[in-house]
Design a protein around this ligand. Structure first.
Ligand code: ATP
Length: 664
């Protein structure tokens, strides 16, 4: 072919400046685009070989080679795939791709970042110009009689094409990096980017630093294969050790015998796993493989609790593995990662348009070749097909969990403390998931037994109808817990942030159902039968004394005769008021007067059967009465909520004073 010089068939003057600016932060995706083009080219050739339209040499080793040269500031991506004829370069590179890229950019150039094209699919070959001033293609088509083509373009609208020599079919793309992009020729940077995007591509990828010189390694000679380039052979001395014999004399014994070794050119190691676990059938995968995959992909050395292997071909193609991670501490925020792949090519993490929001708390991989990824995120959100995929994933997770409840309850209960925030979040976010899971939500009771909602209600029917009492802090609320236990009344433990909105949700779903925190109100079971008048009189007396002693006119005081005489004072706060206060805390409305929202605060309950309370009634004006009142109030507060720093300081000082009085 004579030298051919031509104009790229585009209408706008120059799209390269736009390409170069495109998604500044994601310039590294050119690696993905070019390597996946190479994988596609090889996959096509393998198919042709399979159907008899091409006969590959017996010793063919399909692979992608990435060669970086920090000195020359070049990157080469070489495949031994299908290659291109001159006509194909014309068609795919000079015409179609350019006008395609132009249309693509035209469509999206005004869009803001929020509306990014998913993973920027479709940028293709031209993404090379984000990092390179000049790009060349050397390619030889697999077709009989094809001649090799050299193509070159320096980022303008013109290209040059000429014959070249190339022995084997395939394509080599060479990037001459621009000044801002030299880092991509750094071996470690290249490795990092390739591992990010190409870890599971279906063709082995090898990285080589052209400037690093020949790397070597030493292996036992018997392990040398035909493919190895042997540089030297030598004998590695035996390893010996001096040991003491029974008679006390010493002897030298051979631990490892002398060995014939070979020094060879370092064997290349592929950067990717071409058969990621999700592509295998679940029956073929062992637990150890699942765990190993989890460790490698998520760099999490805590073992996952369990996993779900998604595997379907119809009505759409979807494979993946979702792991339920172990949450180590109560305080660790749960943050998962779901990696999305398209035919083993990494697209992006946590695409909430495709993956239901609550599943993003898990860790996992999803590969869905059918996804329309070259559309904007907002279009994806409204896509019926994408919704179906998302619903399918949710359904599968629900199936797995409900199945586990039914057939492996022991483990389900074992995992419950770790997985319940996730399930509850899912129920709040997704009606269908709630419907699927509602009968499999369990509650840990005061004895550490797990009960369903219905079981909780049935168990306590005699004491309270349709009410579930719950504990949010076992230490703080221990006094109430003891009272409940004494009366044989049960409560459940709900300590996670998600529990408050979740119980509200359950109340909305179940008519008449009420959740009450254990300190919300004192049920009649704890009280002795007594006359209303007597209590009223005591309440008036004690209210006066306490209000005066605590210098607090607004204090609500209620006197009860509690069966347990050792309890002196308690705080109760109605469920509704407490939820209001919690909500205010959540929205950072500290310092506001709760009464603004109708929350009129706590009630100090005093036990008329308690000796200290009796003492106060009998010594209204006693010298030490105010101290008793303050102390009883603080003790009640302590078992309800943490004291403020000022309250705590006073409490400690007063406690010391009381002991001094006792010591006198
Ligand atoms: N390494 C290669 N070997 C053979 N053909 C190639 C190679 N790279 C690109 N091509 C041809 O050029 C065409 C255009 O490539 P480009 O990367 O721009 O778009 P694409 O791969 O079709 O789509 P995508 O936008 O998904 O990358 C390809 O469809 C393919 O026919």
């Amino acid at each position: 072919m004579a030298n051919e010089h031509g104009n790229l068939s585009i209408n706008s003057q120059n799209i390269f400046p736009i390409i170069k600016k495109w998604m500044y932060s994601d310039h590294d995706i050119f690696y993905r685009e070019l390597i996946s083009n190479g994988c596609d080219a090889i996959t096509k050739l393998k198919k042709l070989d399979l159907i008899g339209e091409y006969e590959a040499p017996d010793d063919i080793e399909y692979k992608i080679q990435v060669k970086v040269s920090p000195e020359k500031k070049t990157i080469q991506i070489i495949d031994n795939g299908i290659g291109m004829t001159k006509e194909e370069v014309n068609e795919y590179i000079n015409q179609i791709a350019f006008s395609g890229a132009e249309a693509f950019l035209e469509k999206y150039k005004d869009k803001t970042n929020e509306d990014q094209i998913i993973g920027h699919f479709g940028l293709g070959f031209y993404s090379a110009f984000m990092v390179a001033d000049k790009v060349t293609i050397d390619t030889l088509s697999f077709k009989d009689g094809a001649s090799a083509v050299h193509w070159e373009c320096d980022g303008g609208t013109e290209y040059d094409m000429q014959d070249t020599t190339k022995e084997e079919p395939g394509t080599a793309i060479t990037l001459y990096l621009n000044e801002d992009s030299y880092e991509f020729a750094n071996e470690y940077k290249a490795r990092e980017v390739i591992e990010k995007y190409c870890s599971f591509m279906p063709i082995p990828i090898f990285l080589e630093n052209e400037d690093a010189g020949e790397q070597t390694e030493e292996i036992p000679e018997e392990e040398v294969t035909e493919k190895d380039k042997v540089l030297d052979t030598f004998i590695k001395d035996a390893v010996t050790e001096e040991v003491e014999k029974e008679d006390g004399t010493k002897e030298t014994v051979e631990k490892v015998p002398a060995k014939k070794m070979a020094k060879i050119v370092k064997r290349p190691v592929a950067l990717n796993d071409i058969h990621p676990l999700w592509t295998k059938h679940p029956n073929e995968c062992t637990d150890e493989e699942y765990k190993e995959f989890y460790r490698t992909v998520f760099k999490d050395y805590k073992e996952p609790l369990f996993w779900i292997h998604l595997n379907m071909d119809y009505p759409f193609n979807l494979k993946g593995i979702l792991y339920f991670p172990k949450i180590n501490t109560e305080y660790e925020s749960i943050e998962g990662t779901i990696k999305l792949y398209n035919n083993q090519v990494f697209v992006a993490d946590n695409i909430k348009e495709v993956i239901p929001e609550f599943l993003l708390l898990l860790k996992g991989v999803i590969d869905c070749p059918d996804l329309p990824l070259n559309v904007s995120r907002s279009a994806l959100q409204n896509d019926g097909f994408v919704k179906k995929i998302s619903e399918y994933i949710t359904k599968k997770v629900g199936d797995k969990l409900s199945g586990m409840y039914k057939t492996d309850k022991e483990n389900y209960e074992k995992y419950w403390d770790d997985i319940n925030p996730f399930i509850k979040f899912g129920c709040l976010k997704d009606e269908k998931f709630y419907e699927k899971m509602k009968d499999f939500i369990i509650f840990k009771n005061l004895d550490g037994k797990y009960l369903t909602l219905q079981e909780c209600l049935d168990e306590n029917k005699e004491h309270h109808e349709n009410t579930v009492f719950y504990v949010t802090d076992e230490t703080e609320q221990s006094q109430y817990i003891n009272m409940f236990k004494e009366e044989g009344i049960d409560a459940v433990i709900l300590t996670h942030n998600i529990d408050q909105p979740f119980v509200t949700h359950l109340e909305g779903k179940n008519e008449n159902l009420k959740f009450q925190r254990i300190d919300a109100d004192l049920s009649d079971s704890f009280k002795e039968e007594t006359s209303e008048d007597e209590l009223k009189e005591l309440t008036e007396t004690l209210s006066d004394v306490f209000k005066k002693a605590l210098n607090n006119d607004k204090l609500n005081i209620k006197v009860e005769k509690l069966k347990n005489a050792s309890i002196s004072s308690m705080i109760t706060l109605s469920e509704q008021d407490r939820r209001m206060q919690d909500m205010m805390k959540m929205y950072n409305m500290y310092g506001m007067d709760p009464s603004m929202f109708g929350a009129n605060g706590q009630t100090l309950v005093l036990n008329a059967n308690n000796d200290l309370v009796k003492y106060i009634v009998d010594h209204k004006d006693g010298e030490n009465t105010p101290v008793f009142c303050e102390q009883l109030y603080d003790l009640a507060l302590l078992s309800h909520a943490p004291l403020t720093p000022e309250q705590m300081t006073n409490f400690i000082a007063r406690s010391n004073k009381i002991m001094e009085l006792l010591a006198k």
